[in-house]
Write a protein that binds this ligand. Structure first.
Ligand SMILES: Nc1ncnc2c1ncn2[C@@H]1O[C@H](COP(=O)(O)OP(=O)(O)OP(=O)(O)O)[C@@H](O)[C@H]1O
Length: 183
């Protein structure tokens, strides 16, 4: 598994997000072995590697979704392990935008409600949250599916709705998880 910076990182300054010495094992299966990654403000990074090499596990540890067995993750100078579950959830809601590989949208909600969900969870009123969400659906060119449920839209439309939901809170870190495909 390797990481590549896709642009010139902002010069100097500490990394916004850093993982050091990360290890994670699921039962007998080692997923991460001494993994490390640094991301600076405004930097775009691709993590590449074969299926099962630990990319999702790495991203989940860096985002505080999973706690590594060993190692440290620091975001904006704060060690994620020092935060409570509630604080880590709040951080994910406000600072991280995630586009998952599968099953990311809530099937019972319309696409508009899915995009508005992070804002609603943050306490925004429905009408305002849906107005902001509608703006993102428009930017992603999927306004026409706003009132459909995820099961009624194409795979590409669903991915765009998921991207809109990841961006709706203006997060500082955006994750896009997708399997590497050889060839
Ligand atoms: N919840 C889990 N329980 C048990 N094993 C797991 C779990 N999640 C991941 N693994 C195992 O950990 C290893 C790394 O998985 P991970 O999902 O991080 O790989 P990946 O590089 O993201 O794969 P892909 O490109 O196929 O999505 C694999 O061997 C996988 O089977």
């Amino acid at each position: 598994m390797t990481s590549t910076s896709l642009d010139e990182p902002a010069a100097g300054g500490p990394p916004l997000l850093e993982g050091v010495g990360l290890r994670k094992t699921f039962g007998q299966t080692p997923a991460l072995h001494d993994a490390a990654l640094q991301v600076r403000e405004s930097e775009i990074v691709a993590v590449m590697g074969p299926s099962g090499s630990g990319k999702s596990t790495l991203l989940h540890c860096l985002a505080g979704i999973l706690l590594p067995d060993e190692g440290r993750v620091t975001y904006a100078g704060r060690d994620l392990r020092s935060l409570s579950d509630k604080e880590r959830s709040a951080l994910r809601r406000t600072d991280f935008g995630f586009v998952f590989q599968f099953g990311q949208l809530v099937p019972e909600l319309t696409c508009l409600e899915n995009v508005a969900l992070p804002l609603r969870l943050g306490g925004m009123r429905r009408r305002q949250a849906e107005r902001v969400a509608a703006g993102w659906l428009d930017r992603l060119e999927v306004s026409d599916v706003a009132n459909k449920r995820p099961g009624e839209v194409s795979g590409g439309q669903g991915q765009r709705v998921a991207v809109a939901r990841a961006l709706v809170t203006n997060p500082r870190v955006i994750w896009r998880s997708r399997s590497w495909w050889p060839g």
